[in-house]
Design a protein around this ligand. Sequence first.
Ligand code: NDP
Length: 264
Amino acid sequence: MNLPVPGLATVLVGEDPASQSYVRAKHRACDETGIKSYAINYSEDISQKKLEGAISDLAHEPEIHGILVQLPLPKGLDEERILNTIPLEKDVDGFHPINIGRLAQKGRQPLFTPCTPSGIIYLLKKYTNTLEGKRAVILGRSNIVGMPVSLLLLRENATITICHSRTKDLPLITKEADILIAAIGRPKMVKGSWIKPGAVVIDVGVNRVEDSSKKSGYRLVGDVDFEEALEVASAITPVPGGVGPLTIAMLMKNTLIAAERADK
Ligand code: NDP
């Protein structure tokens, strides 16, 4: 089979340093895997109309198989309308409202599922026998991580509890989890005493904390107190180096799938 070179366009609006570094990592991964990447950057004062027009133009480029709009977008832009302009078959980030809607419905199949949640499920399936019947507690209900990972776990027949900033008695709930997923963006909030002995812990959080011993002046930590969790959990993902690289791997996979489908 003579597959065309898969092409991924990233659309970055504004100059948020974390978003810039995520996009750079995605381009590096494209270089390593033979995917051609296109970096499209706009200043944060771009209008809604111009951004939607730019994405529609990308949608018509045959050599671009995947379009990724780096989220979150600056305030003032309507994220849902922008994601809606990505054609379903190029929605390699899986955030198109129709793909998310299908993910939430029984018997429907999204063309793509979001990368961080897909990476988490990949990892869990690799390291646990089955997710069926497992009690999974998800901390966070965001569109990007908490909600889609909950929907994917439900599809795997896990029993899910979704927690958020108004949830009461969090440690009591997390203590019941066979699988605990932390995606809240709060450095080291989840303590060892919150974790059921033997649980599998997925730490999605990426938080900058001051560290004067580093040249940058900061280091990255997760939402889980890693050292404490190590004493209790049967497995835990590190930050950095756990969920982050898997997210990028899933993006590469989705881009390859998009190119294969376009070639059929
Ligand atoms: P959001 O800020 O969009 O969502 C955070 C969620 O956590 C919300 O649902 C919020 O509740 C909940 N929350 C916040 N504080 C608390 C609290 N004290 N107790 C319980 N729940 C709380 O974040 P994201 O989902 O986008 O990201 C979460 C973390 O994951 C961040 O650190 C982010 O950097 C990281 N991340 C990592 C990725 C990777 O590839 N490794 C990819 C994407 C994100 P409420 O809804 O009530 O406000």
